[in-house]
Design a protein around this ligand. Structure first.
Ligand SMILES: Nc1ncnc2c1ncn2[C@@H]1O[C@H](COP(=O)(O)OP(=O)(O)OP(=O)(O)O)[C@@H](O)[C@H]1O
Ligand SMILES: [Mg+2]
Length: 377
């Protein structure tokens, strides 16, 4: 992109220039020209920044779209794109957007969070983190589940960085966000089609097909939201142990159901109950990310998927859970921690066989958490 063009965009975006530059701002939300909110440290605040009017906001969005080779106009009233700096932008324009041009920018941060950060933020306990580390080493098939903006991609990125160095990882995403720190990573990104310009779309499914021919040890799908779910399950069940993905769901059991629904979105001839059994047997671990009401993003569950019972219900057991014990009266922040539930995962013998530094005693919950866990069960 020419710098003249870049200057033009910077100029058009000048009403939010300070927010774009401020590293403490992780997200910018624009609801029409006069109402702008930001997220800082997990909390959302209104800021005084304003665009002059909807026309100038529209003009800047048109320029942003153009800079990434896309168009936003009455025929294409929605835009989902990644900016050259890696930030993600989503735009919807009137009349679909009632309050005026609506924009959300998820800023790209150079400093990716690591396992240590997640522990420091209280999102994972040291034991929970060590346990996940062992699971990555052993190649558990893992689904990271959570709501919008709950920290799924961050978690997947962290877990991807904990895989054994000698393995070949194939990463497939809609918009390249993951930056997995590993030696042998191959990344693929999908392409949106544009029939007018003769550009054919390349879907996650297409890339998945190629990926399987490219000798992957493990496959990572950034966000599973379509029939590629079935390909991921197949990969998990056919020797690509330790494959992973994220899915939009609110609990570990929900995550299994969601994956099943996504599999059925494709033109598959496999009957639903067979798909359910496939999900139950291919998936092994679910890491549930939750954004709590105090703005905190925490790993609320680390659970094992054991299969499907005789009534066709998923059997999922929690290994670790985040338990709230109180609330700071001054900051409103929740107080609590991640504790073991007492359930010892079915694959613990592999920990022993591989001499992993994680004793069985770590699965025992602390005394204080017993009544809470009982209540939550
Ligand atoms: N444990 C955490 N503690 C604090 N902030 C976090 C944590 N995990 C993620 N974040 C921050 O929260 C924001 C959203 O994270 P992320 O992109 O991982 O969420 P997501 O669930 O993948 O979102 P989406 O649903 O939009 O794909 C990012 O700014 C990220 O840096
Ligand atoms: Mg994400």
């Amino acid at each position: 992109m020419s710098s003249v063009f870049q200057d033009a965009i910077a100029n058009l975006l000048s009403p939010i220039g300070d927010l774009l530059k401020d590293p403490a701002v992780s997200e910018i939300m624009i609801n029409g020209p006069h109402q702008i909110f930001v997220e800082k440290k997990g909390l959302v605040y209104r800021v005084p920044n304003k665009f002059a009017d909807d026309e100038s906001l529209m003009a800047s969005m048109r320029a942003v779209a153009q800079s990434v080779g896309r168009v936003i106009d009455s025929d294409n009233p929605r835009l989902d794109a990644r900016l050259p700096d890696g930030s993600r932008i989503a735009v919807v324009i009137p009349p679909m957007a009632k309050a005026g041009t609506t924009v959300a920018i998820r800023k790209f941060s150079e400093e990716k969070l690591g396992l240590k950060d997640l522990i420091n933020f209280g999102s994972l306990s040291p034991d929970g983190a060590r346990f996940l580390d062992c699971c990555m080493y052993l190649g558990r098939n893992t689904l990271v589940s959570g709501g919008t903006g709950s920290g799924k991609t961050t978690m997947l990125n962290v877990l991807g960085g904990r895989m054994p160095k000698n393995q070949r990882l194939l990463v497939i995403e809609d918009a390249a966000e993951l930056q997995i720190k590993a030696e042998h990573v191959v990344s693929f990104e999908t392409r949106k089609g544009n029939p007018e310009r003769g550009i054919k779309a390349v879907s996650i499914r297409d890339l998945m097909e190629s990926a399987l021919r490219l000798r992957p040890d493990r496959i990572i799908v950034g966000e599973v939201r379509g029939p590629e779910a079935l390909d991921l399950l197949n990969a998990m069940g056919t020797g690509h142990d330790g494959s992973m993905g994220t899915v939009h769901a609110n609990s570990p059991v929900d995550a299994c159901t969601r994956l099943e629904t996504l599999c059925l979105m494709g033109e598959t001839k496999i009957p639903p109950d067979a798909i359910r059994r496939m999900v139950g047997s291919a998936l092994q671990l679910i890491v549930q990310c939750t954004r709590y009401h105090d703005g905190g993003r925490r790993t609320s569950h680390i659970s094992e998927v054991l299969g499907v019972d005789e009534h066709g219900r998923y059997v999922v057991r929690d290994i670790f859970r985040w338990m709230q014990t109180g609330k700071d009266p001054e900051t409103g922040k929740f107080i609590g921690e991640m504790v073991a539930t007492g359930y010892v995962p079915s694959f613990f013998d592999e920990f022993v066989a591989n001499k992993l530094p994680f004793p069985k005693a770590n699965f025992k919950p602390p005394e204080w958490a017993m009544p809470l866990l009982k209540k939550a069960a």
